[in-house]
Design a protein. Structure first.
Length: 468
C-alpha cells in the first residue's frame, strides 16, 4: 500500500488545488482527528479538496490505484468510516460554502459543511434546515443516512428535505441527481448513506423557524414507569409541533443535579415546541406535570441556541459505541429492563435514548426514499459515552448485553446513522424491502464497491467480492 499511496500522492500533486497531508506533515495530527476516539485511525494520505474538480481527481486516481479510500465531511461517523488506517481520506472540510435563497425557502451547501455552518447562514433570514442536534456534526453524512433531529416531527427527516444532489461517482464523473435527473440515484441517496459517491453539493428545502419553547427536567427512577406509560399513550395523538423524548441515565454528581438524585437512575426529559408559543406552553407544561420532575427549566430560545445545547455532551475524542432499533409498541417489560440495567451502568455519560418519530417523517410513503423503517415510531438508541480506553470492554459489554435483552421486543430495522462499525450483518435489516433495489443502483454507479467504508451496500457484480 505504501508504494500505491506514494504514486497517488505524486499524481495528485499535479492536479489537486487543495492540500495533501502525510503523517510527517505539520497539519496532519489535527487533520486526521475524528470525533469518536474509540475508532481513531491513521491514514497514509489526506486529500483536503477545495472543490468538486479536486474530488473528481482524487476519486479517479485512488480508484485506478485500488487504494482504500474514506470520505470525511465532519468526521462524525460513529463507526469511524470517515477515516481509515494506511489508506486515503477525501477530506471535504474546506468545502463549506452555504447559499440561502429566502424567496424560494431553499439553500445550497457544500459537502464539507457542519450543521452549525448551515444554521448560522439560514437563521439570518429566519429559516432552518431540519437536521441533527450537535452543531459540529457533518451535514453530508447525517443527510445521506436519513437525518433525525429537533424538527423531524414537524418537517420530516433531513433526507426528506433534499431537492437535489451533486455527486462524484466512482468513475470520477460529476452527476446531478434530483426528481428529474438520475431519479434512481436521487432515491438511493436519501437514506442509502455514502455508498454511491461523494456528494459535493446539496440543494435543500428550508422552513420558517426562529424561536422555540424548550423544557428540560429530571424524573426520579421510581416514577419512570408511570411517565413512560403516559408518554407512549399520549404521543400518537400529539401535534407534530411537539417533540418529547427521554434519556435514561445515571444522574451525575454535579452541582446542578438535586442532591437526592445524584448517582441514581433518572430520566432526563426534554420537550420542544416549534410554533405558536401560547399553544406550546400547554403541551410543555403537560410534559413536566407527569412523573414528579425536578430541576425543571422552560424557556424560549433562539433556534441557534437550541442547536448547540448538546454540543458539550458529545465532545470530540471521547469514546462512543451504540446499538439501536425500533419498537412498534413500548411495553412495561422493556422499560423495566432499561431501568434495571442502569443499576450496573459503568459510565454516567451512557444514555438510553427514547424518541417518538411519527409526525411528518412517518407520513412519507415507504417507497419514496431509501430510508428504512418509518412505521415503528419508538426509536431506541443505546449510546455509550466514556473517556478512558481502559473502560472500553466494560462499556461495550454493557451496551451489547442490554441490547440483547431488549431485542426480542423490537421489530426489524435500524437507523444507519446510529450503527457502530461492528454491525455489517444488520445493514440489510436497515433497508429490508429496499435492499435489492439499492444493490442494483449501487451496481450502476459503483460496480467495484470503491465506496465501501460505510454501512455497506455491496453491488451485484462479481468483482465486488474481491473488495468486500
Amino acid at each position: 500500500m505504501t508504494k500505491a499511496i506514494e504514486e497517488v500522492h505524486a499524481a495528485l500533486k499535479r492536479s489537486v488545488k487543495g492540500s495533501l497531508l502525510r503523517p510527517d506533515d505539520a497539519g496532519y495530527p489535527e487533520a486526521r482527528r475524528i470525533w469518536n476516539g474509540l475508532v481513531a485511525r491513521r491514514p497514509a494520505l489526506i486529500a483536503r479538496c477545495n472543490d468538486s474538480s479536486d474530488v473528481q481527481a482524487v476519486v479517479r486516481t485512488a480508484g485506478s490505484a485500488a487504494v482504500l479510500t474514506a470520505v470525511r465531511c465532519g468526521g462524525h461517523s460513529l463507526a469511524g468510516f470517515s477515516s481509515c488506517d494506511d489508506g486515503l481520506v477525501i477530506d471535504l472540510s474546506p468545502m463549506r460554502k452555504v447559499q440561502v435563497f429566502p424567496e424560494t425557502r431553499s439553500a445550497r451547501f457544500e459537502g464539507g459543511c457542519l450543521l452549525g455552518s448551515i444554521d448560522s447562514a439560514t437563521q439570518t433570514v429566519g429559516l432552518a434546515f431540519p437536521a441533527g442536534v450537535v452543531s459540529h456534526t457533518g451535514a453530508a453524512g447525517l443527510v445521506l443516512g436519513g437525518g433525525t433531529g429537533w424538527l423531524n416531527r414537524l418537517h420530516g427527516l433531513s433526507c426528506d428535505n433534499v431537492r437535489g444532489f451533486t455527486v462524484v461517482v466512482a468513475d470520477g464523473s460529476l452527476v446531478r441527481a434530483n426528481a428529474n435527473e438520475n431519479a434512481d440515484l436521487f432515491w438511493a441517496l436519501r437514506g442509502g448513506g455514502g455508498n454511491f459517491g461523494v456528494v459535493t453539493e446539496f440543494e435543500v428545502t428550508l422552513h420558517p423557524v426562529s424561536s422555540v419553547l424548550f423544557g428540560r427536567g429530571l424524573c426520579p427512577g421510581d416514577k419512570v414507569l408511570g411517565l413512560l406509560r403516559h408518554w407512549r399513550e399520549f404521543m400518537p395523538e400529539a401535534p407534530d409541533n411537539l417533540r418529547w423524548g427521554f434519556s435514561l441515565k445515571t444522574a451525575p454528581h454535579d452541582e446542578n443535579i438535586p442532591a437526592d438524585l445524584r448517582g441514581r437512575p433518572v430520566v432526563s426529559s426534554s420537550a420542544l415546541w416549534v410554533g405558536d408559543l401560547e399553544e406550546g406552553r400547554r403541551y410543555v407544561d403537560h410534559a413536566f406535570a407527569i412523573g414528579n420532575h425536578q430541576a425543571v427549566t422552560k424557556e424560549v430560545l433562539p433556534f441557534l441556541t437550541l442547536q448547540t445545547l448538546a454540543d458539550s455532551d458529545f465532545p470530540h475524542d471521547r469514546r462512543y459505541y451504540t446499538k439501536a432499533g425500533y419498537f412498534k409498541t413500548l411495553n412495561d417489560e422493556s422499560i423495566g429492563i432499561m431501568l434495571e440495567a442502569l443499576t450496573t451502568n459503568p459510565s454516567a455519560m451512557n444514555e438510553i435514548e427514547l424518541a417518538y418519530l411519527g409526525g411528518a417523517a412517518a407520513r412519507v410513503a415507504p417507497g419514496e426514499t431509501a430510508f428504512g423503517a418509518r412505521s415503528s415510531p419508538f426509536v431506541l438508541n443505546l449510546l455509550g459515552n466514556w473517556s478512558e480506553p481502559a473502560d472500553d470492554a466494560a462499556n461495550i459489554s454493557w451496551i451489547r448485553s442490554l441490547f440483547a435483552r431488549l431485542r426480542p421486543a423490537m421489530v426489524p430495522g435500524v437507523y444507519v446513522n446510529f450503527m457502530s462499525g461492528d454491525e455489517d450483518d444488520r445493514v440489510p435489516e436497515a433497508y429490508r424491502e429496499r435492499w435489492e433495489r439499492l444493490r442494483a443502483i449501487k451496481t450502476i454507479y459503483d460496480p467495484g464497491n470503491f465506496f465501501r467504508l460505510n454501512q455497506n451496500i455491496p453491488p451485484l457484480t462479481a468483482a465486488a467480492g474481491v473488495l468486500e
